[in-house]
Design a protein around this ligand. Structure first.
Ligand code: ADP
Ligand code: MG
Length: 240
């Protein structure tokens, strides 16, 4: 089966000369729940940015379901839903409108867009807030709004960049459950995190990135047995 994502030899040097990604290879299988784990500054967001074409790469190859982003960008992008690390929606607009507009970018018919907006706002517990300016939403709600937005064109792959950073434990659990459910429905999930316990709890496969390089790329199970421990999860009150 075609991998959902294939990255080879990826390099990114920012203007000014800083090399944030230094030759990265990665494959994510269809249906996987995959973690890209690494400390702050490791190059996670840069990598996600390249995959979703928000960041221009310096070198390397990125394929989404076999489609090279340099050759078939729109097609490659249609497979992907992105939940960025930073809130990037218009805070003056209401959730319902944000979702319907998003569907519009992908050419989703208006009637379908309305139905989907209702479905995802309800699933993500935002229905009550649908017509409020989104600046009134809590941090957790804003994060969920971006998840709903990423799902509006029903992508095969959902990419989340540190979705639970700064979210309290109760809401984290809800988000984890929701992501597991999406994955069970067949959506490939790629998330970045700097919480090892979070990766262990959710993910089947993991790549550890440090200073722009993959230092480990294996199954969660194999990583645990390699380190000769049973679990990282001592208690799940992960704190920042
Ligand atoms: P992570 O998401 O893992 O925290 P990033 O990909 O955001 O890491 O950043 C990797 C490195 O690249 C960091 O050292 C960061 O300071 C640097 N960096 C990120 N964006 C830029 C930019 N626009 N210009 C210059 N350096 C950047
Ligand atoms: Mg980041």
């Amino acid at each position: 089966m075609q991998p959902a994502l294939e990255i080879s030899g990826l390099k990114k040097t920012y203007k000014g000369g800083f090399q944030a990604v230094k030759g990265l290879d990665l494959q994510v299988a269809q249906g996987d729940f995959f973690a890209l784990l690494g400390p702050n500054g490791a190059g996670k967001s840069t990598t996600i940015g390249v995959i979703t074409s928000l960041v221009n790469k310096t070198e390397g190859l990125v394929k989404v379901f076999g489609h090279d982003i340099d050759k078939e960008l729109d097609l490659a992008k249609s497979f992907l839903g992105l939940v960025p690390q930073e809130f990037n929606f218009n805070q003056f607009e209401a959730p319902f409108k944000i979702l319907v507009n998003q569907a519009g970018y992908y050419g989703v018919p208006r009637k379908v867009a309305f139905e989907r907006a209702e479905k995802y706002l309800k699933q993500l517990d935002l229905w009550e807030k649908r017509n409020e300016p989104s600046r009134n939403l809590s941090g957790g709600m804003k994060r969920r709004l971006m998840i709903a937005r990423a799902l509006m064109h029903e992508p095969q792959v959902l990419i989340l960049d540190e979705p639970t950073a700064g979210v309290d434990i109760e809401l984290r659990r809800h988000m984890w459950d929701y992501l597991r459910e999406l994955n069970a429905q067949g959506i490939t999930i790629i998330l970045t995190t700097h919480y090892l316990e979070e990766a262990e709890m959710l993910c089947r496969n993991i790549a550890i990135i440090d200073h722009g390089k993959i230092v480990e790329n294996t199954s969660m199970k194999a990583l645990l047995s390699k380190l000769n421990i049973e679990t990282f999860v001592l208690d799940i009150s992960i704190t920042d």
